[in-house]
Write a protein that binds this ligand. Structure first.
Ligand code: GCU
Length: 592
């Protein structure tokens, strides 16, 4: 073992400074069902600094050692309460011009008071999302770290909280080849604490997981309930109440778990009538309450069914971003996006390429839109790397556990446009198996690549999927439209195909010849050819053009794009419709 040199200084010479934080991953296993719970928001103005050299971690700023052993004051490089303040939730990229392209560590901190309400109460900290990696400190203690930019994570803080508290979250958004997504994507790399941070108080024994949905294949007449509790009282009784259905059912837990099937005939949720029921579940003096829709989404042969009726998924793809707020998109902006989708005659959206805020599925439940939700296993992931797989799998399980009571969510996607190698096939099949095991009530899919040489849909991952997603850009990246016809003619899939992406760029307001790239006329002509071709293919059961509105994309540098991907049907702030919007709207009006 190499001894350290005599002049070794741990702060500046120790490149193993992260080792002491390894081994405390916060994963889906620490999630807490929080529907309808009273929470205390810690969102608001937090003190903040950029920390490119990871000084907070190298020098253990969280310990706040302000004097040396002899009590002499030390020269500090930080001053938590006099740092600038930023809003939580928000993306630091939009807080200041200097931070726009910032990709490194940011340190967030604030103080807050806490009063224990009763002796046996337990308290969890919930962080709605931190892009990409977060280390959480409370009252000078390191609580754990989380990977993944788009899913919530929970940490029990019962025994760490005091009357006066300081929380510190170190958020780091460096793009890395072994992350999920890896360092090369086609969207903007935002950073920060961009969803709410809150405290959740629960009973000593609390409801940890709660799943309540219609049981598939039960003739829409059986509800499936699965729940678990955490705490000393593992064999008590839970009560499910749906007043509007006159339902009050007691279930008995065994070793902290219960699974039950309950006969019931609810009014079924569907886009035209998004019926939701107030569902309450209690266990001892702990309770959850949430609005739940009951529906059955199924695949039979090459058809897609909702509540036993064949449907077409008339959709549009959408990133999670706005000009004003970046990824910290607001409820009003989500509602605006979903209203635009309905104006497009959509009944469905593809939320690309990562889990959007939980508010999106809650709003889609209310507005009557079906959703494809996806983890960012995007392009050339480090498929041979086991820790990358664990990161992807954890994000998948966090997404499923977060949204599995949402009627709007009908498809889980395990990835997008991944070139087929042995490592990719193994990695993604493992994810498909994990998703199916976690939730066999929804379709599992992925946006696959078509075979551009033999012009056929033949991704071997498709054999494990319920629905085949296909991205194709004929008329744009490949100008030869005749290949589109051949692709469909050569293919004979035995399950439904969703065209998960097609499209082309246009600068809103830029008019010209149909052969001139980035004119609305070119985009409109492309859409017309695409829908005319796809509308004739019987095994295409859904379409989600790329994309509802233009979005930030640093790789798009020519004047028409100006650091935006311009394939939107509207411009980036959604004030301008492009001609292709109307082509898609009219196609959906008559497509059946
Ligand atoms: C790909 C990819 C998208 C990307 C799009 C494009 O299909 O899935 O994320 O933005 O192409 O090139 O615009």
């Amino acid at each position: 073992m190499q001894t350290k040199p005599k002049n070794f200084d741990a702060v500046i010479h120790n490149e193993a400074y992260l080792d002491r934080y390894a081994g405390q991953p916060i994963t889906h296993e620490s999630m807490v069902s929080d529907a309808g719970r009273q929470t205390e928001l810690l969102s608001g103005q937090w003190n903040f600094t950029v920390d490119q050299y990871d000084m907070a971690l190298r020098s253990d700023w969280h310990l706040e050692e302000t004097v040396d052993q002899s009590g002499r004051p030390l020269p500090l490089d930080y001053d938590f309460d006099r740092w600038e303040t930023v809003a939580v939730p928000s993306c630091w990229n939009l807080a200041r011009r200097e931070y726009f392209y910032y990709e490194s560590s940011g340190i967030y901190t604030r103080t807050f008071g806490y009063e224990k309400q009763n002796q046996d109460q337990r308290v969890f900290l919930k962080i709605g999302a931190a892009a990409y990696h977060a280390k959480v400190f409370l009252n000078k203690k390191f609580l754990g770290s989380h990977d993944g930019a788009s899913t919530p994570f929970y940490i029990e803080v019962t025994d760490t909280l005091e009357a006066g508290n300081r929380i510190m979250v170190n958020v780091e958004n460096r793009r890395q080849p072994d992350r999920v997504p890896m360092h090369n994507t086609d969207w903007f790399n935002y950073g920060g604490l961009y969803r709410d941070v809150e405290l959740i108080r629960v009973s000593a024994t609390y409801i940890k997981e709660f799943y309540c949905q219609l049981k598939k294949g039960s003739g829409f007449a059986t509800m499936e309930l699965r729940a678990s509790v955490d705490g000393i009282d593992q064999n008590g009784q839970g009560t499910l109440e749906i007043e509007e259905l006159g339902l009050r059912q007691t279930v008995t837990f065994q070793d902290g778990e219960v699974s039950a099937e309950i006969m019931v005939k609810p009014e079924l949720w569907r886009p035209e009538n998004p019926k939701l029921y107030q569902v309450k579940f209690t266990y001892g003096n702990d309770s959850l309450e949430e609005a739940i829709g009951f529906r059955e989404f199924a695949v039979k042969g090459t058809d897609v069914y909702l509540n036993g009726e064949k449907i077409l998924l008339k959709g549009i793809a959408c990133h999670e971003e706005s000009v004003l707020n970046g990824k910290a998109i607001t409820e009003e902006e989500i509602i605006e996006n979903f209203k635009l989708a309905k104006e497009l005659n959509c009944n469905y959206l593809r939320l690309a390429h990562y889990p959007h805020t939980e508010k999106a599925a809650q709003i889609a439940d209310r507005m009557g839109l079906m959703l494809w939700e996806e983890i960012p296993v995007y392009w050339s992931i480090a498929f041979e790397n086991e820790s990358t797989y664990r990161d992807a799998e954890n994000q998948l399980l966090e997404m499923i556990k977060r949204d599995r009571n949402r009627a709007s969510v009908v498809i889980w996607s395990v990835g997008n446009e991944n070139a087929d190698t042995e490592a990719r096939y193994t990695f993604m099949k493992r994810l498909v198996d994990t998703a199916r095991q976690a939730d066999n009530s929804r379709a599992i899919s992925a946006a696959c690549l078509n075979d551009k040489i033999d012009l056929i849909i033949n991704d071997r991952l498709a054999q494990h999927l319920d629905i085949i997603g296909i991205n194709q850009y004929y008329g744009w990246y490949d100008p030869d439209f005749s290949k589109l016809e051949k692709l469909f003619a050569n293919s004979s899939p035995d399950k439904p195909v969703l065209i998960t992406e097609f499209g082309g760029g246009a600068r809103a307001g830029h008019r010209g010849g149909v052969d001139e790239y980035f004119t609305e006329d070119n985009q409109r002509a492309l859409y017309q050819k695409q829908v005319e071709t796809m509308g004739r293919i019987p095994y295409i059961k859904g379409i989600s053009p790329w994309i509802l509105y233009d979005f930030r994309c640093p790789r798009r540098t020519n004047p028409q794009q100006a650091h935006y991907n311009r394939k939107g049907l509207l411009n980036e702030d959604k004030t301008l419709y492009k001609e292709a919007f109307y082509v898609m709207r009219d196609f959906y009006q008559q497509w059946q």
